[in-house]
Write a protein that binds this ligand. Structure first.
Ligand SMILES: *Cc1c(COP(=O)(O)O)cnc(C)c1O
Length: 435
């Protein structure tokens, strides 16, 4: 399906200039049979494409915009930082302030290093864990995405799942030879692997709330098993909270589920919409990072003042009492409305939600791991996606991505979304019967 003329023309130019016309694969909206919309601007929970069409936005820049677009406090903070200069490559006060805020917020973090993306955070955390343990092995879980780090592009969910490729060409076998991927939420499979290979493993990395195979909540026993076994075998437990951090609670998933890892990775919300990542953890691990220790990791623009300012301003807003309760209520309204619709229309679909992260799967469910997520009817999702877009609702353009609700979404926006979903889903029923 072609988009409107302005987006279409931009996309033609983009495809000549950039692989696939986009700077990150899922943006291309290929799996939903759509050309991408080029966005002109955003305000609150709404975005406007270059055609001037208005949409209620549930992508929220793929998670960072927990306050919605152009929150005045964030814009003001960035403008103030900008007035002092864009970047110095020398320390600034804002880096210290954001680091202290992350340490105060997150139980597992005693020391933190700023980087420019979530990918850099997970890549660097793995390096630190390997140096700390003197081991090479890494355990991850099917459907969890940890950025495009070579050694982590195994059964990696998100864009890789959407494009239906198992790993990636260009990653030598020897790079992934140390990586083991196990089913998510399967405590028994994990324990039995650890009994055999625990002593070879440097790190176990997990999305404590999985948001890159659609939205899959953790079984609390699974997280507990990760903690127990890694402790027993001297591996570093790394929570990749790039998406869940400051999203499912101010203290992240580790706070919400009461399981404290050794290291944590952040990104998205801590940058308030600017490019940021961060990784941190126990002092004895983090003290190995250069220049304090021998593990090299660096970044020309790391700790950039504009990005720090946006992160600090965002964290100050979401720290306010009642913030997460309100967000939870808004997201619950969306979840309950969708479940009612599914039930009433007899749709073979299910909804998962943790806090303001939500996933609608076109399978009767339950969806507790990647295998089950992959059982979804992606054709049906594509029809749903296109229908919603026509009704002014901008969803993540793939079945295997999470929907984000921001504090800028109001009851009326949720209700408008549900009313669009009702019309669109009623139209899908014809397809349900024939397939
Ligand atoms: C988005 C994401 C990443 C990668 O972050 P980038 O900033 O895109 O490099 C890593 N891990 C998780 C869980 C993510 O959701």
């Amino acid at each position: 399906m072609k988009s409107d003329p302005k987006s279409y023309l931009l996309f033609q130019r983009a495809k000549e200039a950039t692989p696939g016309g986009v700077n990150s694969p899922v943006r291309a909206a290929k799996s939903v049979g759509q050309d991408p919309l080029f966005i002109d601007k955003g305000q609150g929970c709404r975005i406007y494409d270059v055609e001037g069409r208005e949409y209620i936005d549930y992508v929220c820049s793929w998670g960072p915009l927990i306050l919605g677009h152009r929150h005045p406090a964030v814009i003001e903070a960035v403008e103030q930082a900008m007035a002092r200069g864009l970047s110095f490559g020398a320390p600034v006060d804002l880096e210290v302030e954001l680091a202290e805020m992350i340490i105060a917020a997150v139980d597992s973090v005693e020391m933190v290093r700023m980087v420019n993306s979530g990918t850099e955070a997970t890549m660097s955390a793995i390096r630190a864990a390997r140096a700390y343990t003197g081991r090479d092995g890494i355990v991850k879980f099917d459907g969890c995405y940890h950025g495009h780090v070579d050694s982590l592009l195994v059964a990696a969910g998100s864009g890789v799942a959407t494009l239906n490729i198992p790993g990636s060409p260009g990653v030598p076998d020897s790079f992934v030879g140390h990586t083991l991927s196990l089913p998510y939420n399967d405590a028994e499979a994990f324990r039995s692997m650890m009994r055999e290979k625990g002593e070879d493993m440097a790190a176990v990395m997990v999305e404590p709330v999985a948001g890159n195979m659609g939205m899959v909540p953790p079984d609390p026993e699974f997280l507990q098993a990760l903690r127990e076994e890694t402790e027993k075998h001297g591996c570093v437990l790394i929570f990749d909270e790039v998406m869940s951090g400051f999203r499912v609670a101010y203290g992240g998933a580790q706070h919400r589920f009461g399981v404290i890892p050794d290291m944590s990775c952040f990104g998205k919300i801590v940058g308030g919409g600017m490019p940021v990542g961060a990784y941190g953890g126990k002092k004895e691990i983090m003290e190995q990072i250069a220049p304090q220790g021998p593990v090299y990791q660096a970044g020309t623009l790391a700790g950039n003042p504009l990005a720090m300012a946006a992160g600090i301003a965002t964290l100050k807003q979401i720290q306010q009492p009642g913030f997460y309760d309100n967000l939870e209520k808004t997201a619950a309204r969306l979840e309950e409305g969708l479940l009612r619709l599914i039930d009433r229309l007899g749709m073979p679909a299910t909804v998962n939600r943790v806090g303001s992260m939500l996933g609608l799967f076109f399978t009767p469910g339950p969806v507790t791991n990647f295998e089950q997520a992959k059982g979804s009817d992606t054709e049906q999702f594509a029809r749903y996606y296109r229908g919603m877009l026509e009704h002014g609702i901008y969803l993540p353009p793939a079945q295997f991505e999470a929907v984000f609700v921001s504090s800028a979404h109001e009851t009326a926006d949720i209700d408008a979304t549900l009313s669009a979903a009702e019309t669109v889903m009623a139209g899908l029923q014809d397809h349900t019967r024939v397939t």
